[in-house]
Design a protein around this ligand. Sequence first.
Ligand SMILES: Nc1nc2c(ncn2[C@@H]2O[C@H](COP(=O)(O)OP(=O)(O)OP(=O)(O)O)[C@@H](O)[C@H]2O)c(=O)[nH]1
Ligand SMILES: [Zn+2]
Length: 208
Amino acid sequence: MDYLAARLVDGKLTGRPVEESVDLARIEKAVREILIAVGEDPDRDGLMRTPARVARAYAELFAGLRVDPGQVLTTAFEANHEEMVLVRDIEVMSLCEHHLLPFRGVAHIGYIPGDDGRITGLSKLARLVEVYARRPQVQERLTSQIADLLMERLQPHGVIAVLECEHMCMAMRGIQKAGAKTITSAVRGLFKRDAKSRAEAMTLIMAS
Ligand SMILES: Nc1nc2c(ncn2[C@@H]2O[C@H](COP(=O)(O)OP(=O)(O)OP(=O)(O)O)[C@@H](O)[C@H]2O)c(=O)[nH]1
Ligand SMILES: [Zn+2]
């Protein structure tokens, strides 16, 4: 099942399409207005169905607003693993909340399991990124939300989240600097207290 075309209810994915929970008609109306405002003819052939398409696209792109991120981390295993777990290069695609233009790049997420050795499924880290990324975002908040939820739900010794993204609002418009990468990090627990652990994680993250 396509995760983004579904909703999490009580920790289970339901087949309910995200379209059901956004006001498609209202988005359509707004997009039609935008087309008129920029000097286009919303009734010409190529644009006739655009407001409806954009509405469906937004329903998908903002699907994370209607998903409880905590539900993503319900699967945890007792593994007695006490060393760092790090998943690198998780694809990130989001929309900046200032311009509603995309920013994209990668996330690297690491954690050191807590005393109970509890770990989560690796895919859950990517799902967590997805839930928070599919909302109007700023990269800093996206980064800290990921770290904070992992700390809260997994109760590990520490979490580190590093995101490297390119923002289309800096590339396509405004200052027009394509290729500039923004790197944000959120360190929690042991990674914050212990420079050696943090350096070890950063070395693994930055290794190509
Ligand atoms: N900190 C942060 N800034 C962001 C992010 N995404 C976009 N921005 C910035 O948000 C700022 C909004 O600035 P404003 O001056 O209010 O808007 P603007 O006139 O469109 O700004 P310019 O992009 O400089 O033309 C810009 O500097 C963007 O580069 C993000 O994820 N984090
Ligand atoms: Zn922006």
